[in-house]
Design a protein around this ligand. Structure first.
Ligand SMILES: Nc1nc2c(ncn2[C@@H]2O[C@H](COP(=O)(O)OP(=O)(O)OP(=O)(O)O)[C@@H](O)[C@H]2O)c(=O)[nH]1
Ligand SMILES: [K+]
Ligand SMILES: [Mg+2]
Length: 410
C-alpha cells in the first residue's frame, strides 16, 4: 500500500500533474518572484531527478546513483540559500515569529481546506477562522493543549500548495515552523487523493526534515590524509554502503580523507544527510480528517498506513484517539516532585523528554532551578525507575514516567 502511494505520487510527479511543491515554494518568494539563478538551479534539479528516475537500480549503477543523489542534495541546499537571499535574508520579518511555550511543540501541516483550523479550534481554547475557501488561515496561530498535566503548544498554519503557485502562499515560512517542532501532524482530507500525502512529505524532505526517522548512526571524521576508510560496528554485513560508494559520495563533498564508522546498516541517503549536516529528525502523525464525508471503501485504502489516525474534526470523532497518539509520539514523561513531609502535586508534573540524557535527576534539577543541582546531595525516588520505593539515587539516575522525586539538599 505504501509503495503503491509512492509509485502513484512518483508517476504524477514525473508527468508534472502535481506541481513540484518544493520547487514552487522555494522559487516563488514573497510576491511570486522567481529569479534567474533560481530557475537555473531548478532546471538542474529537474534534470537530475529525471535522470535518477530513468536509471535502473543495480550494483553497477549504484556509484552513479550516489553521485547524482549527492549533487541533488547540494542543489537543493543552494536553492534554499538563494530563496533566503531573494526574500531578504530570512532573519527579517518574513518568518512566522512564534515564541516557544510549554513542554512540546506540535504543528499542523496540510493542503488548504483539509480542516486544520477546524481541528485546531476543537483541540485548543483558541478559535482559528474556518471557511470553505482555501487560504482562510494566513499566518501561524499558536495555542495550547493541556493533556495529562503537560502543556503542549499546537500551531495552526496556512495551507501549503496553491499559495506558492500564486505567490500568496507562505510555504517556506510554514516549513520553517515545521522544522522547529517536536511533532508534525500532517493533516489529510479523506475525500481527496491519497497521493497528497506523498507530495507533502516530499516538500518537508526537500527542506531537510526527516519524518519519523532516527538520526542515522554514522560517524564521519574528516582527516588530512589517508583516504576514505570504512568501519562497520554492527552485526552482519553492510547491505547498502561499501567503501567504494562511500568514496564516491565523499568525493562529491570534497572530502577525500575521512574515517566513516557505520553503527547501523545505513544507506547512501543517510550518509549524504550526515555530510549535509542540517537535517532535523521529527516524528510524524498522519491525521486523516473528514472521515464523515467518505465511504468505508475509501477509508480502507489508508488502513495499512503507519502512524495514521482517522478523525472528523468537524463532528469531533476520535479526537481522544488523536490526543493519545500525539502523546505517544511526543514520548514525554511526567515527574511529580514531593517536598519533604508533603504529598506530591499530581496536577503539576514536570515534563521531560524521554531520552536518556533528558530524563535524569540532573535534568530534572536543572529544570526546577539553576542552582538546585549544586545544592542537591541525593534524591529519593518512588516509582517504576527504582527497585525499592523509595530509593536513594544520584544525579545520573534515569527517571521514568510518573516517578515521584524528592530532592535532598545539603
Ligand atoms: N465534512 C467535513 N468537513 C470538514 C471537516 N473539518 C473541516 N471541514 C470543512 O472543511 C472546510 C475547511 O476547513 P478549515 O478548518 O478552514 O480548513 P483549513 O485546513 O484550516 O484551511 P486553510 O486555512 O484555508 O488552509 C470548512 O468548510 C470546514 O467546515 C470534517 O471533519 N468533515
Ligand atoms: K479553509
Ligand atoms: Mg485554516
Amino acid at each position: 500500500m505504501v509503495q503503491c502511494v509512492d509509485a502513484a505520487a512518483n508517476i504524477a510527479y514525473r508527468r508534472g500533474e502535481t506541481r513540484c511543491l518544493y520547487s514552487a515554494f522555494v522559487a516563488a518568494g514573497p510576491g511570486g518572484v522567481v529569479c534567474r539563478g533560481t530557475m537555473a538551479t531548478l532546471q538542474k534539479i529537474k534534470d537530475i531527478e529525471d535522470e535518477l528516475a530513468r536509471t535502473q537500480v543495480n550494483k553497477a549503477t549504484m556509484g552513479h546513483i550516489c553521485r547524482l543523489k549527492s549533487r541533488l542534495a547540494k542543489l537543493k541546499r543552494e536553492l534554499l540559500l538563494e530563496s533566503t537571499k531573494a526574500s531578504g535574508g530570512g532573519g527579517g520579518g518574513e518568518g512566522f515569529d512564534v515564541a516557544r511555550t510549554g513542554d512540546a511543540r506540535v504543528a499542523m501541516i496540510g493542503f488548504p481546506s483539509v480542516g486544520k483550523s477546524t481541528l485546531f479550534s476543537k483541540l485548543t481554547e483558541t478559535e482559528s477562522e474556518v471557511a470553505a475557501y482555501e487560504f482562510t488561515t494566513l499566518t501561524a496561530i499558536p495555542s495550547n493543549i493541556f493533556y495529562r498535566g503537560a502543556k503542549i503548544q499546537l500551531i495552526d498554519l496556512p495551507g501549503i500548495i496553491e499559495g506558492a503557485k500564486e505567490g500568496r502562499g507562505r510555504g517556506r515560512q510554514v516549513i520553517a515552523v515545521a522544522r522547529s517542532c517536536d511533532l508534525i501532524m500532517i493533516v489529510l482530507d479523506a475525500t481527496k487523493p491519497v497521493v497528497h500525502k506523498r507530495i507533502i512529505e516530499r516538500e518537508l524532505e526537500g527542506f531537510g526534515i526527516r519524518l519519523g526517522k532516527q538520526r542515522p548512526r554514522i560517524a564521519v571524521r574528516r582527516k588530512d590524509r589517508g583516504g576514505v576508510t570504512l568501519t562497520t560496528l554492527f552485526q552482519g554485513p553492510a547491505s547498502h554502503l561499501d567503501l567504494e560508494l562511500c568514496r564516491t559520495i565523499c568525493q562529491e563533498y570534497r572530502c577525500p580523507n575521512a574515517e566513516i564508522v557505520l553503527k547501523e546498516d545505513a544507506t547512501p541517503d543517510d550518509l549524504i544527510d550526515v555530510l549535509e549536516g542540517n537535517r532535523v529528525y521529527v516524528p510524524v502523525l498522519y491525521v486523516l480528517n473528514k472521515i464523515d464525508a467518505t465511504s468505508m471503501e475509501e477509508l480502507e485504502l489508508y488502513d495499512r498506513l503507519e502512524d495514521y489516525v482517522p478523525i472528523s474534526g468537524h463532528l469531533g470523532w476520535n479526537l481522544d484517539g488523536l490526543l493519545e497518539e500525539m502523546w505517544k509520539k511526543l514520548d514525554l514523561i511526567r515527574i511529580y516532585t514531593k517536598p519533604k513531609g508533603e504529598i506530591p502535586d499530581y496536577d503539576a508534573p514536570i515534563v521531560l523528554r524521554n531520552a536518556p540524557e533528558h530524563c535524569t535527576v540532573r535534568a530534572l534539577c536543572r529544570r526546577i532551578h539553576k542552582s538546585l543541582l549544586d545544592q542537591m546531595r541525593y534524591a529519593w525516588v518512588w516509582g517504576s525507575s527504582v527497585k525499592f520505593s523509595p530509593q536513594k539515587v544520584g544525579a545520573d539516575h534515569v527517571l521514568q514516567d510518573e516517578d515521584v522525586v524528592q530532592i535532598v539538599k545539603s
